[in-house]
Each structure stands twice: as C-alpha cells, then as structure tokens.
Design a protein around this ligand. Structure first.
Ligand SMILES: NC(=O)CC[C@H](N)C(=O)O
Length: 225
C-alpha cells in the first residue's frame, strides 16, 4: 500500500502525516508536489494541514486551482480513500468533494489545544477501529475551523451518517459541533482535528492512530477483493 501526501506551498503538517504513516502504521508514503498531474500508483491520498498559499482569499481557495486537483477529483470518483486534515479539509470543501465550508472561528482567533471528540460513525473506512460514540482526544490548530453549512445540507449529512466526528463542547461555533464529515460515498473524509499529531503517548495522545490503522486495513481488504 502506498500513500501520497500532497504538498502545497505553505503546507506545514506534511511531515507529521508522512511520519504518521511511515512510523505509525509502517506503510509506504511519498510526498507529492501540487504541481504533479498524476496519482497513479498510490492507494490512498492525504491532504495535510497548513496555510496553503498563505490562506489568501480564503483558506484552500487558491490551492483548489493547483494542477494536482483534477487528479484528486478523479481519485475520489474511483472510490479510493482521501483524507484531508485541517487545511486539507478546507481544500476538500473548496473543490466540492465535501459539502459546506470552513469559516473564521467564532472567537475570531487561532485556537491551538487538545479537544475531546465523539466518533459518531464508526462504520467507515476511516473509523472502524473505533467504537461507536467512543470519546477521543486530538489536537486542533486553526483560525478558520468553524464548519458551516445550511440546514438542508445539515439534514442530509445526518440522514446519510456523514458526520464522523463531533466536538463534545462548542470550541469554535461549528454547526452541529461538527469536527469531521465524509462525502456520501464515504471515501473522502475531511476533519479539522489532527490525528497525525496524536499517534504516540509522548505526543499527549495516541487516539489518532486507529484512524490510520482503519484506513490501511480497509485498503488491504479492498485490494484483495
Ligand atoms: N493547521 C492547519 O491546517 C491550519 C489551518 C488553517 N489554514 C487555519 O488556520 O484555519
């Protein structure tokens, strides 16, 4: 199994993700430039956190026009797994692979802290090593992390079980305390908290590890079938 971590100008969690895969689940991983136009040979795509293009215009807005994006969309259409964390989540909403958007935190400042989340849907490629409603702790570090969508979209997210992670308290004003969602097909996950920064206890939590373990297990099953 081989993962690609897509690197944009201003990505700054790319190496965290790289090591989460290399050392956390001991699988192959390569950094792939935003200038590339092919993702052939990769089984999973990871879009890291950071400040792509300095978050100018809106976080993720300029990255959504990068050369690699058409290929990310093609990969999603094929049903292959894509995980976007923080700025990665912002990019996934900008390119329309996930509904809604991320806007300034209600408190209008950057927040950086460990937060408690509930795993609302454990029956996905990304979460099936967790228990339903399991409480986990992951760090957040964002200024534009407030998930927003209209009521109709929120209803659809609920009906299709697309809400994957929910904050236990209202940390930034997100609609429905949403911390992470998937697309309808459930092969694209976007989340604001950082599982790649919580893969060993020395980092304060290893609650993020099961996410990568779930992904790899399901990717292997998919390839065998
Ligand atoms: N850690 C990150 O990805 C930062 C996210 C982002 N660009 C923000 O501040 O909203």
């Amino acid at each position: 199994m081989k993962f690609a971590v897509i690197v944009f100008p201003g990505s700054n969690c790319d190496m965290d993700l790289y090591y989460a895969i290399k050392d956390g689940i001991k699988e192959q991983v390569e950094l792939v430039s935003y200038k590339e136009t092919s993702l052939d040979g990769y089984d999973g795509i990871l879009i890291p956190g950071g400040f792509s293009y300095g978050d100018y215009l809106r976080s993720g807005a300029i990255a959504s026009h990068a050369p690699i994006i058409e290929e990310v969309k093609r990969f999603a259409d094929l049903g292959k797994p894509i995980l976007g964390i923080c700025n990665g989540f912002q990019i996934l909403t900008e390119i329309g692979l996930l509904p809604g958007t991320l806007i300034n935190n209600r408190q209008n400042r950057f927040i950086c802290e460990d937060v408690e989340l509930i795993v609302k849907n454990e029956a996905t490629t990304f979460t099936n090593k967790y228990k339903k409603n399991e409480s986990i702790t992951l760090p957040v570090a964002h200024g534009e992390g407030r998930y927003y969508c209209d009521n109709k979209t929120l209803q659809e997210l609920k009906e299709n079980n697309q809400i994957i992670f929910e904050y236990t308290s209202d940390i930034n004003g997100s609609v429905g305390r949403i911390a992470g969602i998937t697309n309808k097909k459930k092969n694209v996950l976007g989340m604001m908290p950082h599982p790649e920064r919580a893969i060993e206890l020395i980092l304060g939590s290893k609650d993020g590890l099961k996410l990568f373990q779930s992904m790899i297990e399901n990717m292997k099953i998919e390839v065998q079938s």
